[in-house]
Design a protein around this ligand. Structure first.
Ligand code: F6P
Length: 334
């Protein structure tokens, strides 16, 4: 459970709009529900925008009632659909989007998404004055200013369940598996999944990969009779195909690993209890922040408390993995 900030009602809104944007994440639906129910309880009308910024610039939205968000808390994906909208990078398109919101009398926008989506929200606010609140929704947990993002916990557990199964066949066949998890710029999923799965090695974008060292370690543990099989968790990293290339290189060194790329399976499925609670709190707090006169912020979590983080900081700074956590994880899992 979270400690909530004390906020004073300072602003009235007739209507607000909500969207989900970028890669979907389990828990986006409970976040939508949190926003809608909290807003309706204040007498605020809520427009649900379809397919993120693409739907906004196409004026594709409709009002949501309390019943519109019934029975969605347990569903993966997002009922509002989502998109990665490159057109929104154009300031003229953002100006047109603000006009659409104003024409409908929409006083503020809540955006649930990752760093690209939150950047769009920040620029919209800066250039047009439309109040915005961001909610961090991404399985990657790579957003500055918040310890947790919606979908991360579910994705870790989904990958973990898969790896537990892979472990069975790896053991029977005395094989090593390279299991790729998501995380282009961050090893956050890999570290958490690797630790929880008791992986033999964890490879993350934050640390260079030494193929020869991995190969000799595998050979040595095989010789010593301590590692006839094992799991190497690999974060996908910025360049597609990393894990397959790594397997190829290991084969050239005399190893015979199998590859399993978990991919988008990590983005689907029913959100965990943790993600449902996090998303519900963040959704409801987004409305409270708006009504307290906040704008251009993201709802975040720190030390068990819900906090507000300036969107300017969110997009300017990179969230790194704690180096000592990384060292500890890599020490245990090798
Ligand atoms: O941003 C979340 C994320 O899941 C990344 O980890 C992954 O690299 C990417 O999305 C995949 O995105 P797409 O849906 O465009 O394939």
């Amino acid at each position: 459970m979270y400690t909530l900030p004390e906020l004073k009602q300072d602003k009235d809104f007739d209507s607000i709009a909500i969207m989900t944007s970028g890669g979907d994440a389990p828990g986006m639906n409970p976040a939508i529900r949190g926003v809608v129910r909290a807003a309706l309880s204040q007498g605020i009308k809520v427009y649900g925008i379809q397919r993120g910024y693409s739907g906004l610039i196409a004026d594709d939205m409709s009002t949501l009632q309390s019943g519109s968000v019934s029975n969605i808390v347990q569903r993966g994906g997002t009922v509002l659909k989502t998109d990665r909208c490159t057109a929104f990078k154009d300031p003229a398109v953002r100006a047109a989007a603000a006009e659409i919101l104003r024409r409908r009398g929409i006083g503020a926008l809540v955006v649930i998404g990752g760093d690209g989506s939150l950047t769009g929200a920040h620029l919209l606010q800066q250039e047009t004055g439309i109040p915005v609140i961001g909610i961090p929704g991404t399985i990657d947990n790579d957003i500055f200013g918040t310890e947790d993002t919606i979908g991360f916990d579910t994705a870790v557990n989904t990958a973990l369940e898969a790896i537990d199964r892979i472990r069975d066949t790896a053991t029977s066949h005395e094989r090593h598996f390279l299991v790729e998890v998501m995380g282009r710029a961050s090893g956050s999923i890999a570290i958490n999944v690797g630790m929880a799965a008791g992986a033999e090695m964890i490879l993350v974008p934050e640390r260079a990969i030494d193929v020869a060292a991995i190969s000799s370690e595998l050979a040595a543990s095989r010789r010593a009779g301590t590692g006839s099989s094992g799991i190497i968790v690999v974060a996908e990293g910025p360049t597609p195909g990393l894990t397959s290339r790594l397997a190829e290189q290991l084969r050239e060194q005399g190893q015979d690993p199998r590859v399993c790329i978990l991919g988008h399976i990590q983005r689907g499925g029913s959100p965990s209890g943790h993600d449902r609670v996090l998303a519900t709190c963040m959704g409801a707090m987004a409305v409270r922040y708006l009504c307290a006169g906040y704008s251009d912020i993201m709802v975040g979590v720190r030390d068990g408390s819900i906090i507000d983080v300036p969107l300017d900081d969110v997009i300017r700074f990179r969230k790194g993995l704690d180096p000592s956590l990384l060292d500890m994880a890599l020490q245990v899992h090798r």
